[in-house]
Design a protein around this ligand. Structure first.
Ligand code: PRP
Ligand code: URA
Length: 207
């Protein structure tokens, strides 16, 4: 399942982050701002429990989140989304997956993994701005499941039909939330129109 977050505030920021003239400082700020909105949507079905709170006037029936939240950025570009989701859920724990796409094969290569134990029984939110072929996201989901996670959502900024289809085919239980579902992948497996290389744009490392 893929859900597009089509709110005008998100789409306005998306237009600016896509712009080739947007520099890395603004790109980072926008990544944080957009992530907060998408994660707000992605967490709409998270488990809650009923609580009673004493206001200055009377008792109020309220709800509080009733699951351990574990945010899992895919290094490197996913780190650019971390501040955004932590502004929304500051007590979330953070795990890391280090993956890069091999420049020739475009297949993901794993170089780091570190998860808190709360991935078992909690809700894991994978963050990565680009879900292109889907290889990196599927590898991250595989790793989380191998380590005991069974409740996973994916939050990206831009994706495309090829990536969504791969996640749906391999992990039909995992929902994907995105600000854009673009047209296609080019011959270098970049999303078109996309926003280019997210890691390079975030960290100012493009040549
Ligand atoms: C980018 C992006 C995703 C991956 C998406 O990372 O941040 O992790 O590519 O591509 P896929 O869906 O085809 O796997 P990259 O490999 O460029 O590494 P980086 O974040 O370190 O720049
Ligand atoms: N990784 C990126 O950073 N951008 C793409 O378009 C595809 C993969």
């Amino acid at each position: 399942m893929a859900e597009l977050v089509d709110h005008p505030c998100v789409q306005h920021k998306l237009a600016i982050i896509r712009d080739v003239d947007t520099g890395h400082k603004r790109f980072r700020e926008l990544s944080t701002e957009i992530t907060k909105f998408i994660c707000y949507e992605a967490l709409k079905n998270v488990r809650t429990k009923n609580v009673t709170v004493q206001t200055p006037v009377a008792e109020a029936k309220c709800r509080k989140i009733d699951t351990d939240l574990v945010v899992v950025p895919i290094l490197r570009a996913g780190v650019g989304m971390l501040d955004g989701i932590l502004e929304l859920v500051p007590t979330a724990r953070v795990g890391f997956v280090g993956l890069y796409r091999d420049e020739i094969s475009k297949n993901p290569v794993t170089y780091y993994e570190r998860f808190p134990p709360q991935i078992r029984g909690g809700t894991c939110i994978i963050i990565d701005p680009m879900l292109a072929t889907g290889g990196s996201t599927v590898a991250a989901i595989d790793l989380l499941k191998e380590n005991g996670a069974n409740n996973i959502v994916v939050v990206c900024i831009v994706t495309c039909p090829e990536g969504i289809e791969l996640v749906e085919a391999t992990h039909p239980d995992v929902a994907v939330y995105a600000a854009a579902i673009d047209d296609h992948l080019n011959e270098n497996k970049y999303i078109v129109p996309g926003l280019g290389d997210a890691g390079d744009r975030l960290y100012g490392t493009s040549h």
